[in-house]
Design a binder for this molecule. Sequence first.
Ligand code: SIN
Length: 394
Amino acid sequence: MARIRHEGPLIIGGGLAGLSAALEAAPAKALVVTPDLLLNACSSAWAQGGLAAALSPRDSAVLHAKDTEGAGAGLVEPEAARALTERGRETVEWLASLGAPFDRDEAGGFSVSLEAAHSLPRVARVGGDGAGRAILSAVVAAARASSHIEIWEDGRLRGLIQDADGRVRGALIERAGGRVDEVFAPAVVLATGGVGGLYEVTTNPSALRGEGLALAYGAGAEILDPEFVQFHPTAIDVGLDPAPLATEALRGEGARLIDGTGAYLLGEDADADLAPRDIVARAVHAARADGRGAFLDATKAVGEAFPHEFPAVFSACMRAGLDPRVSPIPVAAAAHYHMGGIVADDEGRTTVPGLYAIGECAATGVHGANRLASNSLLEAGAFGRRAGRAAAQE
Ligand code: SIN
């Protein structure tokens, strides 16, 4: 076992939250530890829809916060929602400045699309349905080019080191080959993602099983609402785990949920298909449970535009031998996002001194019982950056 003393924040996780924190920690030195190569094994890279932000002239942070609270089933903390939505534009602009190639409208502004439970189009997309990978690629390039950031791509979190007062002083990191290093740091930032890998079928990388949450709990951190797990209503049902996603933006474009007889699952009114995610996921689950089946019919709404408008969904379907231009896509609800987690403020501070939590493993009060679509990349970027600055002060 080696004992290593690191002079800045030790960040566990290399998704959007962890790397945003690392970039903003400058000039403090940040050590980022991930179990795999950056871009692998993190949910951020798998996000299809995009990043929710009040970008259009008709929109505002207040309206975005109202929709966030509406989706969250009465359990969103209004101040946290405001702190998040007020940072929408600056977060998109920051990511664009790092090279994230957001889709643009004819005037050069950010083009935005509609997703469920948003009262108007608000999701900044990249390459149709490729937002997560494209945004994270830009952030990874920036992190690799930053001299204050060191990255270990073979490190697994095995424990937290605490002093006699309970303050977190570092972490046990298992490196390739099985050696465990004791890494001491002024602050440890958990950006370890969600718990999808604990479920039978998930849309997340299956390696994500809540280790950060469990270790934070063991260290005495307060945990909020661990039972709140969001199921995505339209995971593509082709017998795979992780299940490929059919982004909600498809329903935003007019795709409809139908059963095996072609009847609308949520009724004739197209707006019903854009209800909050928990409502739609329950309807999909019920239709499958009683044998009617559930399908997403995008043949009319997207049709021939599939290959360039939704390339990730198109190729996932084609790999499974299904052409979504002409056939409805079989769908199922699958574990997608953990709203509960380690209690943290909007700078990532947990209830344990020296320990921060950001991204999906954190519970900052912005999601309540049901996260509004595409608020997760916003939270990862906006609160991740703030946590990086705060942890660098420790
Ligand atoms: C989707 O594109 O449907 C997923 C977006 C999200 O989970 O925020």
